[in-house]
Design a protein around this ligand. Sequence first.
Ligand SMILES: Cc1cc2nc3c(=O)[nH]c(=O)nc-3n(C[C@H](O)[C@H](O)[C@H](O)COP(=O)(O)OP(=O)(O)OC[C@H]3O[C@@H](n4cnc5c(N)ncnc54)[C@H](O)[C@@H]3O)c2cc1C
Ligand code: SF4
Length: 316
Amino acid sequence: MRSFTYERARTPADAARIVASHPGARFLAGGTNLLDLMKLEIETPTHLVDVQDLKLDRIEPTDVGGLRIGAFVSNTALASDERVRRDYGVLSRAIVAGASGQLRNKATTAGNLLQRTRCPYFYDTNQPCNKRKPGSGCAAIGGYSRQLAVIGSSDACIATYPGDMAVAMRVLDATVETVRADGKTRSIPIGSFHTLPGNTPERENVLDHGELVTAVTLPAPVGGTHVYRKVRDRASYAFALVSVAAIVQRDGNGRAAFGGVAHRPWRVEAAEAAMPSGAVEMSKAVFAGARPTDDNAFKIPLATRTLAAVISEVKS
Ligand SMILES: Cc1cc2nc3c(=O)[nH]c(=O)nc-3n(C[C@H](O)[C@H](O)[C@H](O)COP(=O)(O)OP(=O)(O)OC[C@H]3O[C@@H](n4cnc5c(N)ncnc54)[C@H](O)[C@@H]3O)c2cc1C
Ligand code: SF4
């Protein structure tokens, strides 16, 4: 690991100002992703700004009947919150489908949203990777791509976004709140927060350097049955090959977002009108324009069957 300096910021604006003024600075939350990447020298920050003293660890009701989740709320606290379990069950279920109890105790809301891809070539510093080193090439294209994206990819990168929590936040229409070094705040709909790789796969979200995530807000509950179904190679402690976060209403209408298939949680709102007609119809619209590889073409029928299982679970 390369050497670095460390400090704890006292306020969100302070944290944003310090990171913005050091090109090599990064925020440190639970450290469960960042420190692993630093040990492998995939990330080499020169200064870490710890956000644990910023008092961003509360879950509070909003004026419009929703919830505001502080950026530093742990995954364990969020998944077990009574209001989340009652009104946003898909979020609670997605979080407990991820990682392990110990990791969830450390992992934070913002850190989880901002975790980096698990593309095996991104982690292997002997391989070319446009995300790790822009312009170096992509070993996954033409390489082993079983885990990687089937839709929304580019000629520069076919990585997937690996997280579970964000897939549920996508189906819940969450909003990410941030503060910048100049004190200005932004509210970013989760659907615009993570980016597709295009020609700049090193960029994974719309945050500027030094822009601090302060909270994620959830709109008022929409009712319905909340399901998160994750398909993976092992029963636990593995990232999704495919996952489905769904909210289905009594009349069969609903929403669904997919994990493990693209560079961001994948939701096609226009396809949701087809949900009452069944998974095959809806899936056709969700995956229109998909460009799978020979290794990962199985993900499209797998996602369709996972959606079918979700719909039938709700009906039973
Ligand atoms: C073995 C293993 C298995 C795992 N399995 C799963 C799984 O199945 N599903 C799943 O979803 N996840 C899984 N994870 C990932 C885990 O959920 C993430 O590592 C964790 O959520 C990251 O949160 P953190 O607080 O530790 O982030 P950190 O590692 O501290 O930070 C991650 C990134 O977010 C940035 N950051 C942190 N806070 C802020 C902020 N407030 N504003 C702006 N930037 C910020 C950091 O600078 C860094 O770039 C696994 C991890 C491991 C190690
Ligand atoms: S798919 Fe993306 S992350 Fe993986 S090697 Fe290619 S450029 Fe790197």
